[in-house]
Design a protein around this ligand. Sequence first.
Ligand SMILES: C[S@@+](CC[C@H](N)C(=O)[O-])C[C@H]1O[C@@H](n2cnc3c(N)ncnc32)[C@H](O)[C@@H]1O
Length: 221
Amino acid sequence: MNIDLKLNDCLDGLKQINHQSIDAIITDPPYFCGMTHNGTKGTYSDLNMVKPFFKEVFKQWKRVLKANGEIYVFCDWRTYPLFYELLQEVLTIRNRITWDKISGAGCYYSYSHEDIIFCTNPSPQYKRYKKGQNVWRMPAFSSGAKKTNGEKVHPTQKPIELIEKLVLSATENEGDTVLDCFAGSGTTAVACKRLNRNFVGFEIQEKYYNIALERIKAVPS
Ligand SMILES: C[S@@+](CC[C@H](N)C(=O)[O-])C[C@H]1O[C@@H](n2cnc3c(N)ncnc32)[C@H](O)[C@@H]1O
């Protein structure tokens, strides 16, 4: 088993990955909303700034994913339209999983769910039918995940239980390789180590890269 996390921009890192070498991509990109521009709050149209970046990233995903591989991309209600539009240009979108986080912040109704876009290569060889429903109810940090995950070390850290469920759904065998382009505190890498999957991933911020390395080291080999 090999856990390979690099301190790098994923777009540069992706270009070094071999063609059709990845069994699954499980990733949680930054949401980019709420950014400020000239002192004003970010709006929907600001997402256009990141369109060329994601367009290129998704093209690379298609290139590195095996014919029967699977992709799971986190998003929220603001980034869903952008990701959907760009993903469906190069990949086949199969479903949208809703993660019911049980509780969340927000004063115009609370943000208590996130979405996970499930897609694959548009390959006729892909026929891995899925049982189960597309709503997954599992506590986030604000609704109980601290009990099993410990203190939160990244602002958008995902619970390990959720990522392990995705790793087990997306890969068929131990030794399969999972890619996470936006590793954050390394939850996908930790899940892969616990489940004997190979991992390759990127994190651009040194602070979170180091936190992720510590978390990976803490998992017994
Ligand atoms: C939503 S967070 C991921 C959190 C992660 N799921 C966890 O459980 O900790 C997204 C991460 O992507 C990183 N990031 C943003 N742009 C990046 C890029 N171009 N290449 C690699 N990482 C990037 C951010 O620094 C941030 O830590």
